[in-house]
Design a protein around this ligand. Sequence first.
Ligand SMILES: Cc1cc2nc3c(=O)[nH]c(=O)nc-3n(C[C@H](O)[C@H](O)[C@H](O)COP(=O)(O)OP(=O)(O)OC[C@H]3O[C@@H](n4cnc5c(N)ncnc54)[C@H](O)[C@@H]3O)c2cc1C
Length: 397
Amino acid sequence: MSSEAIAAPGGLSFDLSLDQQAVREMVRDFAEAEIRPIAAKIDVTHEFPHQNVKKMAELGLLGMFVPEAYGGAGMDYVSYVIAIEELSRVCASHGVIASVNNSLVCYPLMAYANEKQKQKYLVPLARGEKLGAYCLTESNAGSNAANQQTTAVLKGDAWVLNGAKIFITNAGPSDVLITYAATDRALGPKGISAFIVDADTPGVRKGKLEQKLGIHASDTREIYYENARVPRENLFGELNKGYAVALATLGGGRIGIAAQALGIAQASVEAAVKYANERTQFDRKIGEFDAIRAMLADSAIELETSRLLVYQSAWLRDQGRAHIKEASLAKWHASEAATKCANWAIQVHGGYGYLSEFSVERYWRDARITEIYEGTTEVQKMVVAAQVLKERAIAGD
Ligand SMILES: Cc1cc2nc3c(=O)[nH]c(=O)nc-3n(C[C@H](O)[C@H](O)[C@H](O)COP(=O)(O)OP(=O)(O)OC[C@H]3O[C@@H](n4cnc5c(N)ncnc54)[C@H](O)[C@@H]3O)c2cc1C
């Protein structure tokens, strides 16, 4: 047993604290009251839920683990994943809007920005007075995000940015763009830096709203930088160390997406169980048929194992302990579980599963993205394999 394990406080417990339970109750009440009534509609209209984003800000859901001194709610990471799970249980678009602002925007500023940058940007972002986006992916820098073609060249008192980012969540409504760019292309991943870019900077342009399979109410666009002059002091973290910022950010972000997937899986299982108890065929509730029961049992194991992995990785993060492998396991497993559970929910509903009325087809469309963004399943497997091999090397096998 490692010394880390011996030092664990209080032994093994699967109980949430009273504060964590209160977060679940508060977010569930909010989601049922404010999101449920519009979730199906905004899936059809692709409308960004501005009013609800404001309400999420008031509830502290956009800067959950940011210290109160910087405008955040000062909660732990477990509370954060519970909130994303509960939002996504009702509408996965709301889940990702919050997850991006928390994990991909507030986190890197919290961890790497200087005091002046924190006061100017982190405080309003954590309060939800501003909304942020995370701009890493490019047409030739997806899974291999190190292949950044966007450049930043220092000219006088400004970094001049040129390039294009694709698939950017929250792009349309965003005020702040956390942007990665090559400051020394010859150095590859060791020549990338991170910048805080005001979205209204001259030379920054947002593309058209992308049409997607799911998460329709999240706003996805390209972002173009055309001789955009970003103040010199808006580079954050160290010069040429931005790729480490991007990777560390995704390390936590993955847990947020795993929580989004968990919420979708939960919603799918609830819908399938409800329908199995209501629908009658051959004079019996369909929940009495072995084939339906098998789908519900398969869903249950996918859901419960996902929850264990997601909460475990969040808990490890709260303890300041290593969680690279656990975050990738959670993201890989929960995302596939969400797709499977939504698919079974459609099957349990028969023909109605294929219609929009019962929402399960939305859950399936929304689930699918969780297997792709913030690192595809294939990338998660690469991370897990590398960690497992490292562990074995340390163990001397
Ligand atoms: C709706 C949506 C929202 C997004 N939001 C954001 C955002 O806010 N900010 C941002 O920066 N990005 C965002 N992304 C981008 C997302 O993170 C990337 O799409 C994802 O990382 C995959 O990159 P790619 O699309 O270029 O696929 P590719 O990297 O081209 O991958 C294509 C296929 O090849 C596989 N593959 C690639 N390399 C390997 C390998 N070495 N071994 C095995 N298989 C491999 C992949 O797993 C995948 O199956 C978003 C994407 C979408 C669709």
